[in-house]
Design a protein around this ligand. Structure first.
Ligand code: NAP
Ligand code: GDD
Length: 348
């Protein structure tokens, strides 16, 4: 029997990598997409349109929305999946301060809509919830693991804490196979352009070929535990293959500042960055040309930021035998190479 998986958020960074991963494993993948005035299927284009030429044997797409339980129930009933990966969310932390109600509805309540639909249908389905290291907020511990208390610092993180607990509650109350993957930041060439890593590699590449003059950033000293998205979607699958539902931290165990990410990306592009000034007046100048190419813009600061994240994924490493393959340096190289290729194409 072919295994089936339903992915919400299939058009996103993780959804697209997970769809590829599962199809390679022989799954039939169902995906939920939202209606938009311009088709935004770039990340699954190769898979859905080119590779399979609209062949529905491997992948099938349905219109739905995490804000609309009738569409979700209809899709669940029609697909009756063995596994559900709930990846859909308003996933931008900074933007969640601008649209807090919407973020809580989709990122928080959307999860109850999925879980309750599954419970009512009574299918034997394994459910994965995309929980986040943002839930730890500015945790007062050196490394965050499954025991670390949550201290959310944004509407997004608050909605994710709700989603985490409702997943646990459905597991305990209704005996459902519902697990949380508490994933630390993971990046790739498919990362949205307004997340900091992609913004850096995308903008510096454009500056290199003359398509852009400056890169404007916010908090340069914030630290993140950055991994590679392809490594992290494998962990999602392993979490649902475990013999019992549980919660797992997935992280590389290394943390770096945004500043380091800029410096390493810039170096690969042969910029020689010198920092001058402080706070909002800090600037990055390329010593090769004397041009200031990085500036701070207060609009990219958050009303409240998480300054430091560093994960301890020993539990997943032991029980799931998961470990990341791509380190910080390699991740930056992958992203810079992809964005430089894109910038050159746009330039020509
Ligand atoms: P992403 O690139 O922003 O993708 C989000 C996906 O959710 C997109 O497919 C988006 O559809 C879909 N979506 C948004 N609102 C929706 C709605 N109302 N109904 C249906 N679909 C909706 O995010 P990602 O980086 O792949 O992350 C995947 C999940 O993991 C998210 O839940 C995120 O919060 C969580 N997470 C991510 C990280 C990370 O570092 N990447 C770490 C921890 C947790 P459109 O394409 O139509 O916008
Ligand atoms: N986006 C952005 N843009 N962030 C900036 C900028 C900028 O210009 N300048 C500095 N930063 C800082 C942010 O203030 C934050 O401290 C850090 O860079 C990382 O920001 P993002 O890349 O937007 O990611 P995030 O850590 O807030 O959230 C991502 O990771 C979470 C897991 O910890 C998202 O993928 C979330 O969905 C995910 O849950």
């Amino acid at each position: 029997m072919t295994k089936t998986a339903l992915i919400t958020g299939i058009t996103g960074q993780d959804g697209s990598y997970l769809a590829e991963f599962l199809i390679e494993k022989g799954y039939k993948v169902y995906g939920i997409v939202r209606r938009s005035s311009v088709l935004n299927r770039q990340r699954i284009e190769d898979l859905y349109y080119k590779k399979y030429n609209y062949n529905m044997d491997n992948i099938e797409i349905f219109y739905g929305d995490l804000g609309d339980s009738s569409s979700l129930n209809r899709i669940l009933k029609k697909t009756e999946p063995n596994e559900v990966y709930n990846l859909a969310a308003q996933s931008h932390v900074g933007i969640s301060f601008m649209i807090p109600e919407y973020t809580c509805d989709v990122t928080g309540l959307g999860v109850v809509r999925m879980l309750d639909g599954l419970k009512d249908l009574g299918f034997i389905t394994r459910f994965y919830q995309a929980s986040s290291s943002e839930m730890f907020g500015n945790a007062l511990v050196e490394k965050q693991n499954e025991q670390t208390p949550f201290l959310p610092s944004s509407p997004y993180a608050c909605a994710k804490v709700f989603a985490y607990h409702i997943t646990r509650i459905y597991r305990e109350a209704y005996n459902m196979f519902a697990s949380n993957g508490i994933l630390f930041n993971h990046e790739s060439p498919r990362r949205g352009e307004n997340f900091v890593t992609r913004k850096i590699t995308f903008s510096l590449s454009r500056i290199k070929v003359g398509l852009q003059e400056k890169l404007y950033l916010g908090n340069l000293d914030s630290k993140r535990d950055w991994g590679y998205a392809k490594d992290f979607v494998k962990a999602m699958w392993l979490i649902l293959q475990h013999d019992k539902p549980d919660d797992f931290v997935i992280a590389t165990g290394e943390t770096h500042t945004v500043r380091e990410f800029v410096e390493k990306s810039a170096k690969l592009l042969d910029f020689d960055i010198e920092w001058q000034g402080e706070g909002l007046n800090e600037k990055g100048t390329d010593l090769n040309t004397g041009k200031t190419i990085i500036e701070i813009n207060p609009r990219f600061y958050r009303p409240l930021d998480v300054e430091f994240l560093l994960g301890d994924s020993s539990k997943a490493r032991k029980l799931l035998k998961w470990k990341p393959e791509v380190n910080f340096e390699k991740l930056i190289e992958i992203m810079v190479n992809a964005d430089m290729k894109l910038a050159k194409l746009l330039k020509d």
